[in-house]
Design a protein around this ligand. Structure first.
Ligand code: BGC
Ligand code: CA
Length: 567
């Protein structure tokens, strides 16, 4: 679907509410905390917020397990607080996307409780209940599928029965049955409720999985050591997904001026992305996928050495280009380096040894590509991965907890697991936002859920950077102001995009050719490299070093040096 002009030329910001700002010192970030930072966000230039889930939840998966879609979780505030947030954001020209979880509820949601207690209730068919397999006197789950959080996709229903329910995430997150029209109506009503309240749109969580192979036949792919099969095609991007969303669009979305960003994880092809987001025929506006995350090989790197983790710059460029070529003429696209499901971008593609230079380089490289950029909270001050000491430090992520159980049972040492989690865990990106040098980095006076990253004492905080014109934060502000410039925006959105020198193994460079040429050149390495450039540039719009080294049409690029040029 084509977005309305209201959403053009915006720069997004992703907030993980529990870790952003705590207003009442209980150690949990909240809506009043976000409200108190709206002036900050507007000052830096962010004008589109995606806020991770705020609804009532037992927090098994930090809010992605919703037990009441109509109530704000008391940890985050009240329904009134949400209304205030919307009003205050709108006063500042900021639009708000809520994170809307459609694939599952909490097991504590009244629908699921009813489904459990009364098998003849209409809610029973809101979920997937199936009989287990009997092998002799052993009862086994209905099939061999493995879910995203290292367990079987089936959990036994308590009591004297053979019943199991289906869940692709944690066992406290039963999947809902989109084949059921009454269930779909429930979600339409929730969406209308928030759009009527003034919310500007949604990030649609785990969207790829709404349709499953409901034959629930076991997979014949090779099993893991526990006998489970990780065959995500059985519950990802299946044909019925597109008809569900078309109906959602007809019933709800097409009646509002809203922005819809679908999250579809990995394994998506551009043609399927277009089925969702095509200007003319797609039911939503843009699709987040994980194609440009992990191009340093850290994903699944349990048995890799540190030396084997290295950004494949050519692969990264190819991935951006592939999606651009397939989708840009027919769809809006989001741009991002990281979010709450990934480690910090700076630790992936940048370097803590060149924190400021690499944070700036990543910002500049992302910001000027075609699409709507989304910056993850804290990246604007150079936040990076944690260095925790034991697997338990990561257990606020139920996925990490389950995975640790499996790895310990397979014989991995805690030291090995900790090293791996420090590199890959989602908790890396869920630590408190670093506001100043005060207690817990100014996030809260109470202990936060995830320990604060100690680097807030070394300048990685807002207060130290906001008045320093050479800081990472001020660079973001300046680069975002360029991104918002209508002339530049026109080049970015409509100029002809090309990667420059694709085979260069270290430099990420591209151009948009329109009324003028806009050029980004970034050294992605922590050492000096060279880059040939045969144009004369008229202006250096953005740069992260004090002087320019350009001789005989060759740039000498120091560690993570980045340019935005006008030719
Ligand atoms: C969210 C995750 C969450 C999962 C289950 C994902 O796509 O981004 O944080 O764990 O959906 O809701
Ligand atoms: Ca709080």
């Amino acid at each position: 679907m084509k977005r309305s002009p209201k959403f053009d030329n915006r720069v997004g910001y992703i907030i993980y509410p529990a870790a952003f700002k705590d207003s009442n010192d209980d150690g949990i970030g909240d809506i009043q905390g976000i409200i108190s930072k709206l002036d900050y966000l507007a000052y830096i230039g962010f004008d589109l917020l995606w806020i991770c889930p705020l609804f009532r939840s037992p927090m098994d998966d930090n809010g992605y397990d919703v037990s009441d879609y109509y109530q704000i979780d008391p940890r985050f505030g009240s329904n009134e607080d949400l209304k205030t947030l919307i009003e205050e954001a709108h006063k500042r020209g900021i639009v708000i996307l809520l994170d809307f979880v459609l694939n599952h509820t909490s097991d504590e949601h009244p629908w699921f409780q009813k489904a459990l207690s009364d098998p003849s209730s209409k809610e029973r068919d809101y979920y997937f209940f199936r009989k287990g397999r009997r092998e002799g006197d052993k009862l086994l789950p209905p099939n061999n599928w493995k879910g995203f959080f290292s367990t079987s996709t089936w959990e036994k229903v308590p009591g004297d029965n053979d019943d199991y329910y289906f869940h692709i995430f944690s066992k406290k997150m039963p999947d809902v049955n989109w084949e059921n029209p009454a269930l779909r109506e429930e979600y339409y009503a929730i969406a209308r409720h928030y759009l009527d309240m003034g919310v500007d749109g949604f990030r649609l969580d785990a969207l790829a999985h709404l349709a499953k192979d409901t034959s629930f036949a076991s997979s014949s792919l090779p099993p893991d050591p526990e006998g489970l099969v990780y065959d995500t095609d059985r519950f990802s991007n299946r044909p019925a997904l597109y008809s569900y969303l078309r109906e959602f669009n007809d019933e709800v979305f097409s009646h509002y001026d809203c922005l819809l960003v679908g999250e579809v994880g990995g394994n998506l092809t551009p043609d399927k992305a277009l089925l969702l987001s095509d200007f003319d025929t797609g039911p939503i506006h843009m699709v987040f996928n994980f194609a440009t995350a992990w191009v340093n090989g850290a994903f699944g790197s349990l048995d890799k050495k540190d030396e084997d983790i290295r950004t494949d710059v050519i692969a990264l460029k190819k991935e951006f280009l592939k999606w651009y070529q397939a989708c840009s003429a027919r769809s809006d696209m989001p741009l991002y380096w990281d979010n709450h499901d990934h480690p910090r971008a700076l630790s992936q593609y940048g370097s803590i040894l060149y924190r400021e230079k690499s944070a700036k380089a990543l910002c500049n490289t992302l910001l000027f590509m075609y699409g709507t950029p989304f910056i993850y909270y804290g990246d604007e001050i150079g936040m990076s991965n944690v260095t925790y000491e034991k697997p338990e430090d990561f257990f606020s992520d139920v996925g990490n907890h389950n995975e640790t159980d499996v790895l310990r049972a397979r014989g991995y040492s805690d030291e090995h697991i900790t090293h791996y989690l420090n590199r890959t865990s989602r908790v890396n990106s869920r630590t408190p936002m670093q506001w100043d040098k005060g207690q817990n980095a100014g996030f809260s006076s109470a202990a936060p859920i995830n320990k604060v990253n100690g680097n807030y004492l070394e300048g990685v905080n807002v207060a130290d950077q906001i008045d320093d014109p050479f800081s990472t934060l001020r660079f973001f502000k300046y680069a975002i102001s360029k991104r918002h410039d209508p002339f530049i925006n026109e080049l970015v959105q409509h100029g002809k995009f090309e990667i420059l020198d694709m085979p260069h193994p270290d430099v990420f460079a591209y151009t948009h050719d329109g009324a003028k040429k806009l050029v980004v050149i970034t050294n992605m390495r922590p050492y000096t490299v060279y880059f040939s450039f045969y144009n004369n540039f008229s202006d250096i719009l953005v740069h992260n070093y004090g002087d320019v080294i350009f001789t005989n049409h060759v740039f000498e690029l120091r560690p993570f040096e980045t340019y935005l040029l006008l030719v």
